[in-house]
Design a protein around this ligand. Structure first.
Ligand code: TRP
Length: 590
């Protein structure tokens, strides 16, 4: 039985603790002795009710935020007034007695009905949940969930769902202790010793009881088509076998272009392959080409834009041509819900966002794969012939169910990495600024490039802009999730609403707490976004310090980001309108 909790949950509820108690080979016999124990629990609650009241108060915070009361409050109060603990199966009674006596929320499930992987997670809001009585409902944001794959088994706010509950035939049972605030070892010991005592009454010698604490794990996935979990960017560099942009290469870079960029200082662009070769040859007077791309599937959001802003800066500094690929077939092939006509429509819409960033039309060449295929296809074939089906399967984790279009696609994404040599009629280096998930494609290109007479393509790689709901909720921003991304066409009101409502806050829970202990900018999404969009280091540092000290409030921090984005987007939209007239100046056509 493997149960873990997500980093996201720990960030929101740093003191929360979850424990598992596994009871195996349970016999589940009712007896008079259990009824006697039940009476003792009732008396204990009546006698100590002042203490219980204090605990109820303390443990109600989470529920009060949603105008709900602590789930055990009602039962405890009626027992204090003389009502009896009801009688169900022995195991249910045992469970209920333990819960009440310890004033601690627990869940009980039949292990034989569970998969062996469960996760405690912080809800995003809107997850489907089937309540105990079979009614389906939507989960609220910032609830604590126990999930099995994507299914919500239990919600802290609403309690147990329909499936996997215990009944009188349950042999192996999992109890979980749910504490959203800290709980002492002593409290846990008491719970376990109560369970042991009652279990002895209802079961025999063969029964075993085992306690464990639920720990955090960090499972993340980064592929070109799927990004999930709380990404460990250092680990990713090791996994992908790319290099860090270390001080030596950054110094070299600075001395070549005679300036610096905040994204380098702030390690937003933090990794590379063969960037040192680009610099070395550039110093000798050899120009290279820049190459980047965008697979259209919807409107452009801020997570795309910053990569292209950096690309534009590179173009200005190095004064080199840029190939901008629009693989309008990619998302058509990779997803089920887009037609080629739709991706093409988005392609031309997205091109406006690209042009609006101010790329030089004389040096910037944009093309759609479906339209420029005549120039690309022969190169794609030469590349494709050198890549086997089994390499594609293992590189991208594809199963046999993938369509052959997406299997071939990587060859199309490789072509612009070799095209400059064809265009210039001499071996020409290519530098690709992109998010780190894309390096996988270019690793394949590198494997075949030299044997076809080209240089291995170089990359300069960045992190993702976190989704509004924070690291882990969504590894990168997704165009399909309204509440995680800000699109370039979002109105000032929408921007404001999305940030105020969804941006994950590292602030204190209450105003008093925030003033006293300060906020945590390192996990605060609004602050993280400012590291992408506030270029002034001094301003950013002041925001960091003020937030950390508690001087700057969460709402104020959000407002700074809102203003920054809205000012930028207003200008951006004007430039997009102008771009409409200039599209053809940029397009490469067959
Ligand atoms: N695959 C990229 C995407 O999903 C699009 C793309 C094509 C690209 N060529 C590229 C991205 C080169 C970066 C660099 O959006």
């Amino acid at each position: 039985m493997k149960i873990t909790k997500t980093k996201r949950l720990s960030l929101k509820f740093p003191n929360s603790r979850f424990y598992g108690i596994v009871i195996k080979n349970l016999e589940n016999k009712h007896s008079k002795d259990l009824e006697k124990e039940k009476k003792k629990v009732e008396e204990y609650i009546v006698k100590n009710f002042d203490k219980f009241n204090e605990q109820i108060e303390e443990r109600s915070m989470f529920f009060k935020n949603y105008n709900k009361s602590f789930p055990l409050e009602y039962q405890l109060k009626t027992i204090a007034k003389g009502k009896e603990i009801p009688k169900h199966s022995a195991i249910k009674d045992l469970f209920f007695m333990t819960e009440l006596k310890n004033c601690t929320i627990m869940s009980a499930q039949d292990i034989d009905k569970l998969d062996d992987k469960l996760v405690f997670d912080l809800s995003i809001g809107g997850e489907d949940f089937i309540y105990m009585d079979g009614k389906s409902m939507k989960i609220k944001p910032d609830d604590i969930l126990l999930k099995q794959k994507e299914e919500v088994l239990i919600s802290h706010l609403y309690g147990a769902g329909k499936s996997t509950l215990i009944d009188k035939n349950s042999k192996d049972v999992l109890f979980l202790v749910w504490s959203d605030i800290s709980i002492s070892d002593n409290d846990i010991d008491k719970i376990v010793s109560d369970i042991k005592k009652y279990t002895k009454i209802i079961s025999g010698e063969k029964t075993t009881i085992e306690l464990f604490e639920v720990e955090e794990t960090n499972n993340f996935i980064v592929t070109p088509w799927d990004v999930k979990g709380d990404i460990d960017y250092d680990k990713l560099v090791r996994q992908f076998g790319t290099k860090k942009l270390d001080n030596k290469i950054l110094k070299e870079f600075k001395s070549v272009v005679k300036s610096d960029h905040p994204y380098l200082k702030r390690k937003i662009f933090y990794s590379h392959m063969y960037f040192d070769e680009i610099l070395k040859d550039y110093k000798k007077g050899d120009k290279f080409y820049l190459y980047t791309g965008r697979a259209p599937s919807g409107p452009v959001h801020m997570g795309h834009l910053f990569v292209w802003m950096f690309t534009k800066w590179l173009q200005d500094k190095f004064d080199v041509p840029l190939l901008f690929q629009i693989p309008d077939e990619e998302k058509f092939l990779a997803k089920d819900n887009l037609t080629l006509a739709e991706t093409k429509k988005w392609a031309y819409e997205n091109i406006l966002d690209i042009i609006a960033l101010g790329f030089d039309p004389k040096k910037t060449h944009i093309f759609l794969n479906t339209e420029y295929a005549g120039h690309m296809y022969s190169h794609a074939c030469k590349i494709a012939k050198k890549i086997t089906f089994s390499t594609i399967k293992s590189t991208f984790g594809f199963g046999n169910d993938k369509n052959i279009g997406i299997i071939f696609y990587t060859a199309m994404q490789s072509v612009p990495a070799v095209l400059p040599s064809v265009m210039e009629k001499k071996k020409t280096r290519v530098l690709i600024p992109c998010a780190i998930d894309q390096d996988v494609h270019f690793r394949l290109t590198r494997d075949v490039a030299e044997s076809l007479g080209y240089y291995k393509p170089a990359t300069i790689l960045c992190r993702f802009l976190p989704g509004l709901q924070g690291m882990g909720a969504q590894g990168k921003m997704s165009s399909s999730a309204e509440s995680t991304a800000i699109f370039t066409d979002d109105s000032p009101k929408t921007v404001r609403k999305k940030i105020m409502k969804h941006a994950f806050s590292g602030g204190g829970d209450t105003l008093e707490e925030h003033r006293k202990f300060g906020g945590n900018p390192d996990i605060d999404v609004s602050y993280q976004w400012l590291t992408f969009f506030e270029e002034d280091d001094k301003k950013l540092e002041k925001i960091y310090n003020d937030y950390k000290s508690g001087k700057l409030l969460s709402g104020e921090l959000k407002q700074i980001l809102i203003d920054k984005l809205n000012n930028f987007l207003e200008e951006h939209r004007k430039k997009k309108e102008i771009a409409r007239k200039n599209i053809e100046k940029f397009m490469l056509r067959d």
